[in-house]
Design a protein around this ligand. Sequence first.
Ligand SMILES: *[C@@H]1O[C@H](CO)[C@@H](O)[C@H](O)[C@H]1NC(C)=O
Length: 257
Amino acid sequence: MGFPHLLSLWSMTAIFLVINFTVGDAATCSDCFTHSRAAYYPDSDEKGTETGACGFGTFGATINGGDVSAASDLYRDGVGCGACYQVKCSNSNLCSDKGVTVVITDNGASDRTDFILSRRAFGRMAQTTDDAASLLALGVVDIDYRHASCSYPDKNITIKIDENSNYPNYLAFVIWYQQGKKDITAVQLCETQNFGCKLLDRSHGAVWTTTSPPIGPLSIRMLFSDDDGETWVVPVNDIPQDWKAGNTYDSGVQVNV
Ligand SMILES: *[C@@H]1O[C@H](CO)[C@@H](O)[C@H](O)[C@H]1NC(C)=O
C-alpha cells in the first residue's frame, strides 16, 4: 500500500534535486569556460618575460614553472595581475582535456587573442610533445578558458620590494604568491606603533607605491575582493624598519584556495 507513495515521494525528491542543481549551476557560471584565442610570445624563451607589464620582474617569468601569460582585457589595468586561468585549446586531435593553468604577469594582445602564453604553457595544452610542436607551428589557436584558483603550496604571501624603491623616501612593492581567485583591489600601509594607515596607489600592473612612507616597521594590509564581497587581510609579519630595495619579506599569512 505504502510502496507507490514512497516511489512518488522519491521521484519528487529527485525532481527537486535536479531543479536545485540547475539553479546552482547558473549561479556559479564563473566556472564556465569562455571561447577565445591564444598565441605565444614570439622570440621568447620557454618561460615568460622578466619585463612583463605587471612589474613582477623575474618572478613574472618563472612563477608557476613558467606557465604564465599576458592578458588583454583580463589584464584589467593591472587588477588581473597574478590571477590564474585554466586555458585549453580546442583541436581535439592535438589538445589535452585539461589544458594548462597560467598566471597573468603581462599585458598584451595579438590577432584577437585573450592570452599570449609563454612557449612552455602553449605547448603544455597539447597531448604529446609532437602535438606541442604542431600547436606551436599554428601560432594562434582557438581556446576555452575559465578563471581558476592560484595555488602555491608551501608559500606565504610575500612582499617583494621593487628595485626602484629608494629607502626611506620612496617605497614600491609587488605582492607574490597570492592564492585563490580573489583580486587585491586596495592596499594600506600601516604604522605598527601608532597605527596610522595610508591607502596606497597602484602605480602600474601589480606595483603599489608611496612617497614618504612612515618610518618604523610597516604592516601591509591587503583588500581581497570578489563578487561575494571584500575582506582585509592583515599580515602576521611586518616589513622591517630598515627595508631594502630588492628584498622579499614573508607576510606570514596565506589565503585558502
Ligand atoms: C608562513 O608563515 C607562518 C607564520 O605565520 C610560518 O609559521 C610558516 O613557516 C610560513 N610558511 C612558509 C612556507 O614560509
